[in-house]
Design a protein around this ligand. Structure first.
Ligand code: NDP
Length: 253
């Protein structure tokens, strides 16, 4: 079957689980050769293997994007192995919640490092390759899709710093959108609501119950629901630019 992303290359950060893994699968199903970037090699290999067995092309790239050299190596390794880069999905992220006053500052450092700094390192390394794909590729357009959150639109109790990182991702998206527009690199943002993933497993034990209570009984989004939103954005004709998609769970206020 002809895929709308045939002949293109995509890099997805945080592709070892959740939304990133589902997005890698969705882009591969559209014909993109996909590089799956994260730290857990075993999970990356599993995800890549499952894409391959479905007939796709997938490369597992172990990297910690909070390390600039590691982020740059992930991009360079992808371009070397797969021949270019047309689509970047900045999805890797960390959500550590709880009252601001009690939070260990190292939690803030980790969230800022992954959600903001890591995204910056990967994006800067990818930029020249995306520009070149938009100039020389058959689609004459390239894409960056950043994964923010509803917390990037509405801040709330217990998520001050997470929200700061995700508002930051929205701001970065808008600035880069304008900056890269002349080169036909589209920059968009998806803001997911509550998705059933491993994201909440990283909060401190004493916060787990409060988080569980907040979403108790609510039907959550599936990672595939967000993957479809990303795939929609990157499969549009070059005359179209979807700048932002806020996708909440149906039962979410
Ligand atoms: P997961 O915890 O399942 O996925 C997070 C991914 O980020 C993993 O693949 C993880 O891989 C990767 N990651 C974490 N740290 C690093 C690092 N230093 N370097 C490279 N990769 C890293 O959660 P989700 O799928 O839910 O999260 C994906 C994105 O969606 C995040 O940005 C999150 O903020 C956002 N989001 C999620 C929502 C939800 O309800 N689930 C709602 C709104 C937004 P590894 O540990 O192997 O490195």
């Amino acid at each position: 079957a002809d895929g709308r992303l045939d002949g293109t290359v995509a890099l997805v950060t945080g592709a070892s689980s959740g939304i990133g893994e589902a997005t890698a699968r969705a882009l591969a199903a559209e014909g993109a050769a996909v590089a799956l970037v994260a730290r857990r090699r075993d999970r990356l290999e599993q995800a890549a293997e499952s894409i391959r067995s479905a007939g796709g092309t997938a490369l597992a790239v172990e990297a910690d994007i909070t390390d600039a050299a590691s982020a740059q190596a992930a991009v360079a390794g992808t371009v070397n192995a797969l021949g270019g880069l047309d689509t970047l999905v900045n999805n890797a992220g960390l959500m550590l919640l709880g009252p601001f006053g009690e939070a260990p500052p190292e939690e803030w450092d980790r969230m800022l490092a992954v959600n903001v700094q890591g995204l910056l390192y990967v994006t800067q390394a990818a930029q020249p390759h995306l520009v070149s794909a938009a100039e020389n590729g058959s689609r004459r357009v390239a894409d960056i899709v950043n994964i923010s959150s509803t917390a990037g639109r509405v801040a709330g109790i217990g998520n001050a710093v997470y929200s700061a990182t995700k508002f930051g991702v929205v701001a970065l998206t808008e600035a880069l959108r304008k900056e890269l527009l002349p080169q036909r690199v589209r920059v968009g943002v998806v803001e997911p609501g509550t998705v059933d993933t491993e994201l909440t497993t990283h909060v401190r034990a004493e916060i787990q119950q409060a988080v569980a209570r907040q979403i108790e009984g609510m039907e959550k989004l599936l990672p595939e629901d967000i993957a479809e939103a990303v795939a929609y954005i990157v499969t549009r004709d070059r005359r179209v630019a979807v700048n932002e998609m806020l996708v909440r769970a149906g039962a979410q206020t």
